[in-house]
Design a protein around this ligand. Structure first.
Ligand SMILES: Nc1ncnc2c1ncn2[C@@H]1O[C@H](COP(=O)(O)OP(=O)(O)OP(=O)(O)O)[C@@H](O)[C@H]1O
Length: 227
């Protein structure tokens, strides 16, 4: 069976400047791939290439074995690929509930309110008037509520308080247990070690670490983050 999301030899960047140099990996249904590395090594660039917001110069992105290089971001979304960008998008002029309703699936909303009761309390508030951390939670939960088979999360825990990070972890595990394949880009080692089944470490646009959960140690991850 092919991986839910696979990427092979991804190369490319911005305006002729190559940022990623041949990055490959995969994540299977019901698994989490943890992507990590220092600031500026190309993690977000990888997320953009996977989700179609940045074209690849060469290499392939495959969803369930099918190449999606020629599909625009919205087409990949329709094909079941969800994306929470690092600079999280919320629609400022819409309420929290309206933002969440755009996810299209309400069946997970009860579980969401149980984890983030503040979202229910603030459901009629304009998202634009929420704090940075709260906006991040709105963007995260909207992505997680969608009916998708694959989700790419770009540093969801950045700027979020520890208690809410723990709730994010619960939400991610639930989606994983439902069979979703998740790419988790993070610098938060505890979150990565708690959730990821396999790891991909980047430095200067190249893979410098690849391993499964059972073989990785915190020190190995730190080695990549502290070079
Ligand atoms: N739109 C852009 N135009 C030109 N260069 C860019 C653009 N976006 C990112 N870069 C450059 O690409 C490189 C990789 O950036 P990227 O955002 O992928 O790193 P990152 O690993 O996600 O970093 P961080 O952890 O800080 O989010 C950096 O040198 C950055 O300056």
């Amino acid at each position: 069976m092919s991986a839910a999301l696979q990427f092979e030899n991804l190369t490319g960047g911005y305006g002729g400047v190559e940022i990623l140099h041949g990055v490959s990996g995969e994540v299977r249904a019901g698994h989490v791939l943890g992507v990590f590395g220092r600031n500026g090594v190309g993690k977000t660039t990888l997320a953009r290439m996977l989700t179609g917001s940045l074209p690849v110069a060469s290499g392939s992105v495959l969803l369930s074995g099918r190449t999606v290089n020629d599909m625009a971001a919205f087409e990949r979304r329709r094909a079941g690929l969800g994306y929470m960008p690092q600079t999280s998008m919320v629609f400022d002029g819409l309420t929290v509930l309206e933002n969440l309703s755009m996810a299209g699936s309400s069946s997970r909303l009860a579980g969401l309110y149980e984890l983030f009761p503040r979202m229910r309390e603030r459901k009629d508030q304009n998202a634009g008037s929420m704090s940075g951390g709260e906006r991040k939670i709105v963007a995260f939960t909207r992505t997680m509520l969608e009916d998708t088979d694959v989700i790419v999360l770009d540093e969801p825990s950045e700027g979020v308080q520890p208690e809410n990070i723990a709730h994010m972890e619960t939400f991610i595990s639930r989606r994983r247990d439902e069979g979703c394949a998740i790419v988790l880009i993070e610098q938060n080692l505890n979150m990565l070690l708690g959730l990821a089944d396999s790891f991909l470490g980047l430095d200067s646009g190249r893979i410098v670490y690849q391993g499964a959960r059972k073989e990785v140690t915190r020190e190995q991850l730190l080695d990549v983050l502290l070079v």
